[in-house]
Write a new protein. Structure first.
Ligand SMILES: Cc1cc2nc3c(=O)[nH]c(=O)nc-3n(C[C@H](O)[C@H](O)[C@H](O)COP(=O)(O)OP(=O)(O)OC[C@H]3O[C@@H](n4cnc5c(N)ncnc54)[C@H](O)[C@@H]3O)c2cc1C
Length: 371
């Protein structure tokens, strides 16, 4: 059994804390948030803001084959994680219950005038065949209506088989509850200023010594100091993303939908309780302030252009956060004598986390892979 100190209780922090506590380690987690509940003020974990699309195929438009390969592995792991969490009484007792992972494919759509942009994206997505991903399947109007009757006015549509989605706030709360039940100790209101081999330094001056420090603070991990040259943390940046949450009773959308457009990519993700999340802007800025009018108008106009029934939806929330990114937009794991850092998950954190964590914990000799 090792004493583990984890800096950050976002997506990676909670998943790792649960995995390590179940593996029998003594785990303590430090995070500035005031508790495990979701926060939507732009200051907390990006994991809460994420739409939770699990899209290895569609993400080939933005990322290389490493991301798709890790994503494919994670897609097989998430249902197993959800199944284990669902068996945990502490998770069953949560108000939202056990998290669901839905894998029913996703849809790519384009209006008639945007076929050129769509074809460029499809050419990149076609590379997925070389790593074992299914090809996008073109749908005619009847096939599209049979799958998603709420969609209207679309000239071109493709089904991306095997893609999925997760309700991110529900999963994050389930991971925290299961980790607590497995013995994890949480230190809320605790900002880590320095995470180095075997030692965490907190903003109030206290130090915490442990066998292994795990730094998963997302954008908050950017720190100066005497770091090894391979340390990715000084190179981190935040990329702003904004979303709109709607309540749309009776919409009946079953699967995530991506609308291809020459200027922006818009996706619409259905969630339980007749809710829908529309995302997301991608802006080179670390501004955490409220959602701009421009983004809100663009996202909602694009969504309404394919789902006219959204006209009477109610706006529940406008949310924003920062995606932790490294210069090459690839994730990075560094293991160095008593320090493990995972970061740079950018716009694919949910898609990548289970496989990345499996590999990192096995390589650091802390837990056997789930796979
Ligand atoms: C708008 C938007 C949409 C997205 N959509 C998707 C999607 O559909 N699919 C997908 O796969 N990914 C998506 N993502 C990306 C995904 O959310 C991130 O990649 C993922 O959350 C990164 O996980 P993380 O654990 O590294 O960071 P986070 O989830 O941000 O967690 C970092 C944690 O560290 C804590 N922290 C920060 N500073 C400190 C400190 N000094 N001391 C201690 N703790 C600290 C924070 O409070 C937080 O709890 C989206 C992101 C955004 C913003």
């Amino acid at each position: 059994m090792a004493r583990i100190g984890i800096a950050g209780a976002g997506l990676l922090g909670r998943l790792i804390a649960w995995r390590l506590a179940v593996a029998g380690h003594a785990v303590e987690v430090f995070d500035p948030a005031d508790g495990p509940a979701p926060r939507f003020d732009g200051q907390g974990a990006a994991g809460f803001t994420a739409a939770g699309m699990l899209s290895p195929l569609a993400e080939l438009d933005n990322a290389g084959p490493t991301v798709a390969t890790l994503g494919l592995r994670s897609l097989a792991l998430w249902p197993r994680i959800a199944q284990r969490l669902a068996a945990e009484p502490a998770v069953q007792a949560l108000p939202d219950g056990a998290p669901q992972v839905r894998v029913q494919g996703s849809l790519m759509l384009a209006h008639r005038s945007d076929l050129g942009a769509a074809q460029r994206v499809l050419a990149r997505v076609a590379e997925g065949r070389t790593i074992g991903l299914g090809a996008p399947q073109p749908l005619d109007a009847a096939a599209l209506t049979a799958l998603e009757p709420a969609l209207h006015g679309i000239a071109h549509a493709w089904l991306l088989p095997g893609e999925g989605q997760i309700d991110t706030p529900v999963m994050l709360q389930a991971l925290a509850a299961a980790a607590t039940a497995a013995g994890v100790r949480w230190h809320w209101g605790a900002t880590v200023t320095q995470a180095s081999a075997g030692q965490l330094v907190l903003a109030d001056g206290r130090t915490q010594r442990c066998d292994t420090v795990i730094d998963v603070r997302g954008v908050g991990a950017r720190q100066a100091g005497p770091l090894a040259s391979a340390d990715p943390r000084p190179h981190l940046r935040g990329v702003r993303g904004e979303t709109v949450w709607l309540h749309a009773p009776g919409l009946g959308l079953q699967r995530p939908v991506r609308l291809l457009h020459p200027r922006h990519r818009v996706y619409i993700v259905p969630r339980a309780g007749d809710r829908v999340v529309i995302g997301a802007s991608e802006i080179e800025s670390e501004d955490r302030s409220e959602v701009s009018l421009k983004t809100a108008v663009e996202l909602m106009t694009a969504a309404h252009s394919v789902l006219p029934a959204l006209a009477e939806a109610r706006i529940l929330r406008l949310d924003r956060n920062l995606r932790p990114a490294l210069p090459d937009h690839e994730p990075r794991t560094v293991i160095d004598h008593g320090l493990l850092c995972i970061n740079g998950l950018f716009r694919h954190g949910w898609l990548l986390a289970p496989a990345l964590v499996d590999d990192a914990l096995a390589a650091a000799d802390l837990a056997a892979p789930l796979a």
